[in-house]
Design a protein. Structure first.
Length: 247
């Protein structure tokens, strides 16, 4: 199977995850870029930000049309993560690639475990500026350092910390992902010399198309079912990457 075909398949999977779950695309994109397309961990995290930023913006538009984006909460959450994302993105270039891979694996595994938990009863939706800013800043730092959009962390935070419904959390997380990814990319400007644009372009195009299919899928399958299925894939990827670094 050629690299181009692998890029198209992986891109479609990333787009479906983002469109359906409001996150998880970059958690699939980074290992796909490393193990399927031969990118280095550093190049993969930068390429992932490009792919996820473009795809998230597309999926955000689709969810916003249906009124599933809490703009006020999402803007506050995203704004708090801009500066941490920028500085963490700049710092990541000085960290050994093995450390980045291990850190990515641990974060992905923790997120998978969190996603396996059944949804608890949620308080009425309301804005809590302090909690929103704190969670947003932490998410921005993770986005910048590991090159992930952070939606797999944003959705649980938007549900449990801010009390959004699952459907609105999915849509709102796409706003957060787009802003954080762009901030992290600005910090990495000039570090993308080793990127293979002949693969990134098709990967991104397939992801954008997949995001529309993911949006339609989210309307047909319960959010909890999608979340558990994705958590299983995420945990398997995290374990594989961790074993690969150790062995």
């Amino acid at each position: 199977m050629t690299a181009l075909v692998l890029a198209l398949i992986a891109g479609a999977a990333v787009g479906i995850a983002l469109g359906a779950l409001g996150g998880g695309g970059s958690v699939l994109a980074v290992p796909a870029l490393i193990y399927l397309l031969g990118f280095s961990p550093s190049a993969a995290t930068t390429a992932s930000l490009i792919i996820v930023a473009a795809t998230s913006a597309t999926a955000l538009y689709a969810h916003a049309r249906d009124g599933h984006v809490a703009w006020k909460v999402g803007s506050l959450f995203a704004a708090a993560g801009i500066i941490p994302a920028y500085f963490a993105g700049a710092a990541s270039g000085r960290v050994p690639e093995a450390v980045l891979t291990v850190a990515f694996s641990v974060i992905a595994a923790l997120a998978a475990v969190r996603m396996f938990r059944p949804s608890s009863s949620r308080p009425p939706e309301r804005i809590r500026p302090g909690k929103a800013a704190g969670a947003g800043a932490g998410l921005g730092a993770v986005t910048g350092f590991l090159g992930v959009g952070g939606g797999f962390l944003a959705v649980p935070a938007l549900v449990s910390v801010l009390g959004l419904t699952m459907r609105r959390a999915v849509g709102t997380s796409l706003l957060v992902i787009t802003v954080n990814s762009l901030a992290a990319l600005v910090a990495r400007t000039g570090t993308g010399g080793g990127l293979d644009w002949a693969l990134i372009g098709p990967f991104t195009g397939a992801a954008i198309l997949g995001a529309w299919d993911g949006k339609r899928l989210s309307a047909k399958v319960s959010g909890d079912s999608l979340q558990r299925a994705f958590a299983g894939v995420l945990l398997a990827v995290a374990v594989f990457m961790l074993i690969d670094v150790i062995v």
